[in-house]
Unconditional design. Structure first.
Length: 512
């Protein structure tokens, strides 16, 4: 059985996305004949370094293998997920859309027994309404958690079982994406463009993508590492400003924006990967953090880890076991091609803490030079010791950033963007965004850091408003939330807690 908190499979899926079909081919060898929506192969790769007005292309012969996409496909990952859900249902898998897992259930011995879904029809006052339906308990021999980046229950499991002991702190980024329809003269099906540089400064991890799908559609997005230090930075505004660069504007000119979304990305890699198993269950995919940031790909890793965990669970149940630890899963992972891939790129994110110039050179060394010398993985390892939320400097020590007003043609504001994300939450329900200490946002975040939550949120959820007496108050517009989890990650005192709202709520990304 699969629990899906979105209104349908794929509703909350957001990715670039270029998909490496290697894991899908292992899982469903006949995916092409069965109509999988992988129809646009990559035809050309470009990597641009941007200055404010110029663009310098990396020669093809110098492009590291991690940025080469021959044999991969530009996809809507939401459409891929919907297709995979149909394949699963044909095999007898029961999928329950609109049901959010809100609680982990435990056996008396401390092992995971299953999960409970959230209650539905609860009013803002926390009391049942006339539409109240209690949540249900689902018990399983093994429970696999696949909530994606910064999963609500996964975070609890990592803490309860100390799965991150001895690992580097996890590192994240926020990815913002738009889908456009452009004119035929500006569309080149299969063209892939990645950029680094402007508008981000040389000390901030990030980059962008522009992917030409079929039917004159273009997917474009911007990624900012959540270890950035300047509290004045706004990832959303950086994205909008990036689109005005001549190298990007030329593709979008005269086009129409169709959709928008945002999602956190788990980018710490192998060095931040928690232990994958615990009594009664396991973490898979971006719940654990198996995305390869250097390749800008995670769907193949999610499929592969799901397969490895499933194989271990089936073998265990065949032996009459339940609720114990699936030790064969991490063993199989360490012997897989995925582990080798992640090991080669284990230093990728860490190099950026030394600046973009150093990161560019060392990515070339590790991903271009060493493989040509027959060295499969770097002989050195860089560790990080500071979590993302602890990286912010005080506002007084940083230069404010003046962002241009949106023009409504190429660049847009938050609220119009949230509107086309098809985000919806039932109005009469408790807020799924809560504060451990209601005073901290004003006394600490606003006073010393200029209220960074009003900028790092890509959906206008957080805003500081003036009361009648002149005091400040943080207003939480939970109905705008696109479930990106950035606030849960970046809040400097870890005071904001994100939990799943009533099942079926949130964005509906459709073709994203």
């Amino acid at each position: 059985m699969v629990l899906e908190k979105g209104s349908e499979p794929g509703a909350h899926i957001l990715s670039g996305a270029i998909m490496d079909p290697c894991a899908l081919t292992e899982l469903l060898p006949h995916w092409k004949a069965d109509g999988a929506p992988l129809t646009q192969p990559v035809q050309a790769d470009e990597f641009l370094f941007l200055s404010e007005h110029g663009a310098r292309r990396t020669p093809d012969w110098l492009l590291p293998d991690c940025f080469k996409n021959h044999g991969n496909y530009i996809v809507s990952l939401g459409e891929v997920v919907r297709w995979m859900a149909a394949q699963a249902e044909e095999l007898g898998v029961e999928i329950l859309p609109g049901f959010a897992a809100n609680e982990v259930l435990y056996n008396p011995d401390g092992s995971v027994r299953g999960v409970a879904t959230g209650h539905m029809g609860v009013g803002k006052d926390g009391l049942p309404t006339s539409h109240f339906q209690p949540g249900i308990e689902l018990h399983a021999k093994y429970t696999l958690f696949a909530e994606g980046s910064r999963g609500q229950l996964g975070k609890q499991l990592i803490q309860r079982y100390a799965l991150d002991a001895g690992r580097d702190p996890q590192s994240y980024a926020i990815g913002l994406k738009e889908l456009w329809e452009v004119s035929g003269s500006q569309h080149q099906a299969g063209r892939v463009v990645h950029t680094a540089g402007w508008p981000l400064d040389g000390q901030t991890y990030g980059g962008s993508f522009l992917y030409h799908l079929d039917q004159q559609k273009v997917a474009l997005g911007f990624v900012v590492g959540l270890d950035y230090s300047n509290p004045w930075l706004s990832p959303f505004e950086e994205f909008q400003r990036w689109k005005t660069h001549p190298a990007i504007r030329s593709t979008l000119h005269g086009g129409k924006r169709l959709a928008y979304g945002a999602r956190a990305i788990t980018a710490g890699g192998l060095l931040s990967l928690p232990k994958l198993t615990f009594p009664g269950g396991a973490l898979v995919g971006c719940e654990a953090g198996t995305l390869n940031a250097s390749r800008i790909k995670g769907s193949h890793a999610a499929i592969k880890t799901g397969m490895l965990a499933a194989e271990a669970a089936i073998a265990a149940m065949g032996q009459g076991r339940q609720h114990d630890e699936l030790a064969d899963y991490p063993k199989a992972f360490e012997q897989s091609w995925l582990y080798a891939e992640l090991n080669q790129s284990r230093n990728f994110k860490q190099w950026f803490k030394k600046g973009r110039a150093v990161a560019t050179v060392m990515t070339g060394v590790e991903q271009w030079l060493l493989p040509r010398l027959g060295v499969e993985a770097p002989p050195w390892t860089l560790h990080r010791g500071v979590p993302d939320h602890a990286c912010l400097r005080r506002a007084a020590d940083c230069k404010p950033i003046a962002y241009p007003k949106p023009d409504g043609t190429i660049s847009f504001d938050r609220l119009s963007s949230v509107f086309i994300s098809n985000t919806n939450h039932a109005e009469n329900q408790p807020s799924h965004l809560t504060l451990k200490d209601a005073d901290l946002p004003v006394q600490l975040n606003l006073a010393l850091y200029a209220g960074p939550e009003s900028r790092y949120c890509p959906a206008g959820v957080y805003e500081f408003v003036k009361e009648v007496d002149g005091s400040d108050r943080l207003q939480i517009n939970a109905q705008n939330c696109v479930h990106c989890k950035t606030c849960d990650i970046k809040d400097l005192s870890q005071n904001i807690v994100w939990v799943a709202p009533e099942g079926g709520g949130g964005p509906n990304y459709g073709a994203m």
